[in-house]
Design a protein around this ligand. Structure first.
Ligand SMILES: Nc1nc2c(c(=O)[nH]1)N=C([C@H](O)[C@H](O)COP(=O)(O)OP(=O)(O)OP(=O)(O)O)CN2
Ligand SMILES: [Zn+2]
Length: 142
């Protein structure tokens, strides 16, 4: 019997929307106030949805304590109170929440005890983003 499990995590981080592919004027035109060189911050909320068979012994898809430990090491220790633009994963990628969602998806895909269905990331009370993987991944890109 398969079930879905949702778990929420919170972290704070700063960023600046900017790309080397554009000159200063185009960066300002495209990213507006979010291109301010001083950056700005958000309190992000991440919800991961995991699935799998309900273990008949534990009654669980996976143990939340194991998922939390994984999230602590692989998500929170990496992103909390960081400037996203300084992280390797954003070296060549604009630190939008679309790209952040994809990066977080890649992280939780490696959780061994359950299958990742999707990630949902809230950036502000008005903006939220979902990523559930590509329907037909190109071989060799993951
Ligand atoms: N497609 C995207 N557009 C924008 C993103 C994004 O990740 N993907 N991110 C931003 C910003 O980082 C920005 O800080 C959010 O700005 P804004 O939408 O103006 O913020 P809110 O209106 O929700 O909240 P305020 O704090 O009241 O401005 C921009 N665009
Ligand atoms: Zn922002």
């Amino acid at each position: 019997m398969n079930a879905h499990l949702n778990r929420r995590y919170h972290f704070s981080a700063s960023h600046r929307l900017h790309t080397e592919a554009y000159d200063a004027a185009k960066n300002r035109a495209v990213f507006g106030k979010c291109n301010n060189p001083h950056g700005h911050g958000h309190n992000y909320t991440v919800q991961v949805t995991m699935s799998g068979p309900v273990d008949p012994s534990t009654g669980m898809v996976c143990n939340l304590a194991e998922l939390d430990a994984f999230a602590q090491t692989n998500l929170l220790a990496r992103f909390d109170h960081m400037n996203l633009n300084t992280l390797n994963c954003f070296a060549n990628m604009v630190s939008t929440t679309e790209n952040l969602s994809i990066e977080i998806y890649r992280i939780f895909q490696r959780f061994p005890a359950a299958h990742l269905e999707r990630v949902h990331v809230e950036e502000t009370s008005n903006n939220s983003f979902d990523y559930a993987g590509d329907a037909t991944p190109t071989p060799g890109t993951i």
